[in-house]
Design a protein around this ligand. Structure first.
Ligand SMILES: *Cc1c(COP(=O)(O)O)cnc(C)c1O
Length: 354
């Protein structure tokens, strides 16, 4: 696929690099590719960042037919710009698409298009420590049709946003609210794909947790409310009695690329790691008898988000000593060193843009 390039004639002012925050500032350009049934993906183009024009009857606006990805471009100290496992994002986008009747987007075009977009907007990749260019590829169903059926037209779009350090003051443990009323996903549903609908359905619980003074929700399984699924919009890991345990990919859990990378990293250190069902009861028992040594969320945005304490039906429990655990810190340091090109990438995970 070739991407035509139409450069902006009105470049935006660059932001204050020390006050970036997350996802509020966008670069000068975006990538768009159209899909038409019978013709496939066509008219790949990089154009100035502008509002979209959609028919008010577009499928995405009524039935939420949308999938997305989240990835980053990192500026290395030697000036290289790196992507982290973009092939994994491309493959996951396609597995998400299969669930919502969205056509596959070729993996090689996904990577080539993003490389070209990031290279064009290279001046927007922040250089401050732990900052990055967040990349948001997504696909929307655009056919104007209120009948519920597979859309015949789609758009693949990529926008980019410079984002600040997630932890400007070092890893900061957060409080978690164990949600026992709402569920995020059930087996057979859409929990294993990255779609906007899952996020819409999570907002009420997230809001409730915030009101109660917790920063994230711990999601339990949808059928029995007994097993741990995820934390907020991250996968979750526990260090329990000297082993790392994380919920297995059961169909209701998003297969995180950070999750997979952390497991591979731990295995490369010969550190015991188990993917299996984890009941809330097991974690609670360990919290009470001192066996719960560390707990943390894992995802692209924060990399590692340590959990300091959690609330279960009104009672608060502390994880370890409530601070950042040594293993959480070690994983964070090792993974971020590869992502930002400060350490050798033995796994072949990074892909150079420039
Ligand atoms: C994106 C996401 C994750 C983390 O995936 P990464 O590939 O590691 O960023 C975890 N859980 C949910 C629900 C997600 O949407």
């Amino acid at each position: 696929m070739q991407f035509s390039v139409s450069r902006t004639t009105a470049p935006k002012a660059k932001p204050d690099w020390d006050k970036l925050g997350f996802g509020a500032i966008f670069t000068d350009h975006m990538l768009i590719v159209d899909y038409t049934e019978g013709r496939g993906w066509h008219d790949g183009r990089i154009v100035p960042y502008v509002g979209l024009s959609l028919d008010p009857a577009a499928c995405v606006l009524h039935y939420g037919v949308e999938i997305f990805e989240g990835m980053k471009a990192y500026a290395a100290p030697d000036g290289r710009i790196l992507l982290f496992r973009p092939d994994a994002n491309a493959r996951r986008l396609n597995s998400s698409g299969a669930r919502l009747c969205i056509p596959e987007f070729p993996v090689e075009d996904f990577i080539a298009g993003i490389k070209q977009l990031v290279a064009l907007d290279e001046a927007w990749v922040p250089r401050q420590p732990e900052t990055s260019l967040y990349i948001r590829p997504f696909i929307i169903a655009t056919e104007p049709h209120l009948g519920v059926s597979r859309s015949k037209t789609f758009q693949f779009i990529v926008i980019c946003s410079p984002v600040g350090a997630y932890y400007p003051e070092g890893l900061d443990p957060v409080g978690i609210f164990v949600e026992d009323e709402f569920v995020r996903a059930v087996k057979g549903g859409t929990g294993y794909i990255k779609c906007g609908g899952n996020y819409a359905a999570s907002l009420a619980a997230q809001y409730k947790a915030k009101q109660l003074g917790y920063s994230q929700v711990l999601w339990l399984d949808g059928a029995e409310h007994k097993y741990i699924d995820e934390v907020g919009t991250m996968n979750v890991m526990f260090k329990l009695r000297g082993k790392v345990v994380t919920p297995e990919l059961s169909g209701s859990i998003l297969p995180g690329i950070t999750r997979d990378s952390v497991i591979k990293l731990l295995k490369s250190w010969d550190y015991p790691v188990e993917e299996r069902k984890i009941s809330l009861e097991e974690v609670l028992q360990a919290a009470k008898d001192g066996g719960l040594e560390e707990a943390f969320g894992v995802g692209t945005a924060a990399v590692i988000s340590p959990i300091g304490h959690f609330n279960i039906m009104g009672a608060d429990y502390t994880v370890g000593d409530g601070g950042i655990g040594p293993l959480s810190q070690k994983i964070y340091d090792a993974l971020t060193a590869i992502q930002w090109g400060r350490a050798e990438d033995k796994f072949g995970w990074t892909v150079r843009v420039l």
